[in-house]
Design a binder for this molecule. Structure first.
Ligand code: PLP
Length: 453
């Protein structure tokens, strides 16, 4: 173990291949199903929605390593490799024998890990000759990343932004517009799915599920247009493995290996990104690392969701995914970690959880802001409210280590910074934030009418 504070790689160390976990999983996920025929999905089924290369990646269960195109690596060079930092200030404040490291994905131009997948998604669309793309965004991080990537590759982008965020987070909207995207508040009158929900619930403030329905509908009804998604799916998790692959090298530079790896959890992309490369050494029996996905108490799909086939969106346009879910029409409380307000977990992470390969914890909102504030004061970075769930989980583990008097090595992913989320911090400082727990009745009610397969 060295005394350094941060561990820096060179451009040449940016991974040349993504890691595909599917061939290595001892218990594989059930197949995704076509929503019409209920037959196992083929790549061709996905071609009307996604670029072909992305559809092929989605269903690739045989190639462990997938080449990163040179054009994508070139754009990664804008900010990658990202630093790995030893959180000595935080360790000291906690007076813990644990050694805490974090991978700092907040240094990307848009302030989060989302750009790692936005770039290849835009690239593969462009390569196929697609001219227009659609997507959804909750808090705006994915929309911002996609706007930049689309502009870089000369694609026109329409973003459906969850209405409550559209109104509460005007700066995220301006960021997308600055990069040149068109931003629409969802639900909107521009799609059948949007009109239906506005008619039934005129004051509905939107959800990721609804925004996905609108974006998919526009993509499939517009010539030369495809849809892109920022989380949940296998190909998104695949692209994010650059995080863990770099971190693996950096932990080696630090002379340490993590006992525990932690990521916050929305749909699973940053958690997968930091975890899957380390998890492969558990599969091979070389290591016995613990993995913890940290989700909000108000949206506990991994800790309390039902394992079942469900849609990825509100209207039921997407394939049926075998997932831990709170139900595709679940409307989570309006917490500030907007990027974690999604009803389900991707098929891979759901299966890893079901088969005991990873753990999950759910964390109350106030604990996440307390953790975020301590982190800001000791490490200098104001974390995204989403990332603060990972910090809170890391703090729990570090305090546990102190209680047990054990040296433990903890690695967490700092998925983004919170400098565009200061209204959330304002509310916390003013004492206006509350916890939002959810009752078992509510979960049961929401998962009672899942698709019958
Ligand atoms: C979107 C987002 C998340 C949650 O999404 P995952 O796909 O679960 O990673 C977490 N942190 C930040 C900063 C985000 O932008």
């Amino acid at each position: 173990m060295t005394e350094s504070k941060k561990f820096i790689l060179q451009e040449r160390d940016i991974p040349t291949r993504w890691y595909n976990v599917l061939p290595d999983m001892p218990v594989k996920p059930e197949p995704m199903l076509h929503p019409g025929t209920l037959k196992p999905l083929t790549p061709e089924d996905l071609y009307p929605i996604f670029a072909e290369e992305l559809a092929n990646q989605e269903l690739n269960t045989t190639d462990r390593w997938i080449e990163i195109p040179e054009e994508v690596r070139d754009m990664y060079k804008i900010w990658r490799p990202t630093p790995l930092v030893r959180a000595r200030g935080l360790e000291k404040a906690l007076d813990t024998p644990a050694r805490i490291y974090f991978k700092n994905e907040s240094v990307s131009p848009v302030g989060s890990h989302k750009l790692n997948s936005a770039i290849p998604q835009a690239y593969f669309c462009k390569k196929q000759g697609i001219t227009n793309i659609t997507t959804e965004t909750g808090a705006g991080q994915w929309g911002a990343a996609m706007s930049l990537a689309a502009k870089h590759f000369g694609l026109e982008l329409a973003v459906y932004m969850v209405k409550v965020s559209y109104n509460q987070k005007p700066y995220r909207r301006s960021i997308m517009q600055t990069y040149g995207a068109e931003v629409v508040a969802s639900p909107s009158m521009s799609t059948k799915a949007g009109r239906k929900i506005i008619t039934e619930h005129p004051n509905y403030q939107g959800s990721l599920g609804t925004a996905i329905s609108e974006a998919v509908e526009l993509a499939t009804s517009t010539p030369n247009c495809r849809y892109v998604l920022g989380s949940v799916l296998n190909h998104v998790a695949l692209h994010q493995t650059v995080i863990g692959l770099e971190a693996e090298k950096q932990m080696e530079m630090a002379g340490d290996y993590p006992d525990i790896v932690i990521g916050c959890f929305g749909g699973g992309s940053n958690f997968s990104g930091i975890s899957l490369p380390f998890l492969r050494h558990n599969f091979s029996g070389e290591r016995n690392t613990r993995f913890i996905a940290a989700e909000p108490e108000s949206c506990p799909k991994l800790t309390r969701g039902k394992f079942h086939y469900d849609f990825g969106d509100e209207a039921g346009y997407t394939p049926l995914i075998p997932m831990l879910t709170l139900g595709h029409n679940f409307a989570p409380a309006n917490i500030h970690a907007g990027g974690l307000r999604y009803h389900g977990a991707g098929a891979v992470v759901s299966k890893l959880k079901q088969s005991g390969m990873i753990d999950a914890v759910d964390i109350p909102q106030l604990e996440t802001f307390k953790a975020a504030t301590l982190f800001a004061r000791t490490e200098g970075i104001i974390p995204a409210p989403e990332s603060s769930h990972a910090i809170a989980a890391a703090i729990r583990e570090a305090l546990q280590a102190k209680e047990e008097g054990k040296e433990k090595v903890i690695l967490f992913n700092l998925s983004g910074h919170g400098l565009i989320d200061m209204t959330a911090y304002d509310s916390y400082i003013a004492g206006d934030l509350t916890n939002h727990s959810i009752s078992q009745e509510e979960i049961d009610r929401n998962t009672a009418d899942l698709p019958g397969v």
